[in-house]
Design a protein around this ligand. Structure first.
Ligand code: UTP
Length: 409
């Protein structure tokens, strides 16, 4: 894109602030800026003008049936046999969503490269690979692993995996792909400048993962290899079981398009989003959307009826994902602290929120999948998220849970 083209485009879009420092830039910086302007996706204009109604009004919320631990235990051998067969037949792949910025943890570089070890190094990526390899070693096969990164952490993530020799996994099975970026805007809808030659762009949420996988050619590659199921998982949870044969088998046996691992809520007020039905479609209801009556509703066994809290570990049917790939999922407009170029020419993260980011969430795919199996897991054995350094869902709490599960730190 030439300067004249960029200027014409930005005049039409009322975003000429992006060229404010153009004359001060070196030749190379000018090219960088023009390329970045050319790559901007403008969907955010429509989102700002007509934000999706995310209030949850007008929904017909009902409880959803799922598999409780007792039922899973009873049918474990049956489910496991189906899952192991699917894994051995190459029908299952894993997809790690690691494009987030991990701002709450507040470390530089990819969150998965964080060392949770105490007496020896143990990286989050490494611990998760141990969990996958427990299964692949037992089944005697490897599964394809696709890792989503973003422009903000791609190079660092790829080199970290290389440096650590893919944590003992075959390099040929590991594919990296980048998610899309979306501009961040100020409260007047103007794209923020992060540097004189760079508009502020950030990962567009984890909801676009499948479209990005397709764009990278990996969805085709997986289908051609015979993959039918994708187990997506988040980088935070160090205890989760990935390509868990019992979960895979239960999802296949239930003839649904999607399985969702879930912790069972025991406190009416616990702050987790739970699976539910909206009319005849599966959905998630956030804790703050539940009325008191719904939050306290119990079944004949005394269990809460809105109780399956999702933990970002899903098994998605690939054919169904391909069918719904062009359907729109809601975009969440979130106020954030956005790194920006300050008056003195220095780039800083502000003390308080200074603008908005646009994010799609993987959880919003559930509705489009048409059917879901809520699948209960033992909280203390499979849920140790690392969001913060200390306190709730932190490095500290995850370490305690890892120790409880016999992991040497
Ligand atoms: P979170 O929202 O918890 O992670 O996403 P985050 O964005 O990295 O953390 P904060 O909010 O800045 O502290 C859950 C999972 O989704 C991935 C994350 O990497 C994590 O595995 N994710 C999130 C993406 O892959 N892309 C995104 O744009 C956002």
């Amino acid at each position: 894109m030439t300067f004249e083209q960029a200027k014409a485009l930005l005049e039409e879009k009322k975003q000429t602030q992006l060229l404010k420092y153009y004359d001060e830039l070196t030749a190379e910086q000018k090219v960088n800026l023009l390329n970045a302007i050319e790559a901007i996706t403008w969907d955010f204009e429509e989102e700002l003008a007509n934000p999706t109604d995310l209030s949850g009004k007008n929904r017909d919320i009902k409880p959803i049936n799922g598999l409780r631990l007792s039922e899973i235990e009873k049918r474990k051998a049956e489910f496991e046999a189906i899952g192991v067969e699917a894994i051995k037949a190459g029908k299952v792949a894993a997809v790690l969503l690691a494009g987030g910025m991990g701002t709450r943890l507040g470390v530089d570089g990819p969150k998965g490269a964080y060392n949770i070890g105490i007496t020896k190094p143990l990286y989050i990526f490494e611990q998760q690979m141990r969990n996958i390899m427990d299964v692949t070693e037992k089944c005697g096969v490897t599964v394809p692993l696709c890792i989503m990164t973003s422009d903000k952490n791609h190079e660092q993530t790829v080199s970290f995996w290389k440096e650590h020799n893919y944590f003992g996994y075959p390099e040929s099975e590991v594919k990296f792909f980048k998610q899309e970026m979306a501009p961040a805007v100020d409260y007047d809808g103007k794209i923020i400048l992060e540097r004189k030659d760079l508009p502020a762009l950030s990962p567009n949420g984890n909801g676009g993962w499948f479209v990005s996988l397709q764009k990278a050619g990996l969805a085709d590659e997986l289908r051609e290899r015979g993959v039918e199921w994708l187990n997506i998982y988040a980088v935070d949870n160090v205890l989760q079981r990935i390509v868990d044969p019992v979960f895979v088998g239960a999802t296949i046996a239930s003839k649904v398009n999607c399985g969702a691992k879930a912790i069972f809520k025991t406190e009416p007020k616990e702050k987790v989003g739970v699976l539910c039905m909206d009319g005849n479609q599966p959905d998630i209801i956030e804790y703050y959307e539940l009325t008191d009556e719904m939050a306290n509703q119990r079944d004949e066994n005394g269990d809460l009826v809105y109780s399956y809290g999702v933990i970002m570990n899903y098994l998605f049917n690939l054919a169904k994902l391909e069918e719904i790939a062009d359907k729109k999922i809601p975009v969440h407009i979130v106020e954030k602290k956005i790194e920006c170029l300050c008056e003195d020419g220095v780039t800083r993260k502000p003390e308080k929120e200074n603008g908005k980011k646009f994010e799609a969430l993987a959880v919003d795919l559930i509705k489009l999948m048409g059917s879901v199996l809520p699948y209960e897991v033992v909280r203390e054995k499979e849920f140790a998220p690392i969001k913060n350094k200390t306190g709730v869902d932190s490095v500290e709490s995850a370490r305690e849970l890892l120790k409880l599960n016999g992991v040497e730190l």
